[in-house]
Design a protein around this ligand. Structure first.
Ligand SMILES: [Zn+2]
Length: 138
C-alpha cells in the first residue's frame, strides 16, 4: 500500500461514524495504526506508540529520548496528514525544515540552543515554520 493510499484509508476510517468510540492514530515511527479511544485523544500527547517510545528510551537515554519525541512529534504534525494535530500545523501550511530531516542535526542544533530537560520547544513566530531561525527552547 502506498503512503497516499494509507492516508486515504485513514481518512475514510476517521469519517466513519465512531461506532466504538475510537479513532485510528498512526505512529510516525513504525507506521502502525492503532485505535485510540476518542475521549482519550485530547490527553495523548503524541502519536508515537508505546513500543517505539520504549525503543527510543533504550537507544537514546531519557533526556535525549524526550528530544527525540519532540522531533518525531512536530515533524509528524507538519508532514503526516494522518496526525491528530495535522490540521493545526501542516494543514495550515506550517513546514518542518529540511535541515532537520534527520534527528542528529536537530539534536545538535538543540544542544547548541539551550535544550534542557523540561524545556518546551516553541516557534518564535507562531505563524512561521519549524526552522532553526524561528525556534527556541523556553
Ligand atoms: Zn510505533
Amino acid at each position: 500500500m502506498s503512503d497516499e493510499e494509507k492516508i486515504e484509508e485513514l481518512r475514510k476510517k476517521r469519517m466513519e461514524p465512531k461506532v466504538r468510540g475510537t479513532t485510528p492514530v498512526e505512529c510516525p515511527v513504525c507506521k502502525t495504526v492503532r485505535a485510540v479511544r476518542t475521549d482519550n485523544l485530547k490527553i495523548i500527547k503524541s502519536n508515537i506508540c508505546r513500543p517505539c517510545y520504549r525503543k527510543s528510551l533504550h537507544k537514546h537515554g531519557k533526556s535525549t529520548s524526550k528530544l527525540y519525541t519532540i522531533w518525531v512529534q512536530n515533524k509528524s504534525r507538519c508532514r503526516n496528514s494522518g496526525d491528530y494535530h495535522y490540521a493545526r500545523y501542516g494543514g495550515r501550511g506550517i513546514l518542518w525544515s529540511k535541515v532537520w530531516e534527520e534527528f542528529p542535526p536537530f539534536e545538535k542544533w538543540a544542544s547548541a540552543h539551550g535544550y534542557a530537560d523540561g524545556k518546551s520547544f516553541v516557534r518564535i513566530n507562531k505563524d512561521g515554520h519549524f526552522e532553526p531561525n524561528n525556534c527556541e527552547f523556553v
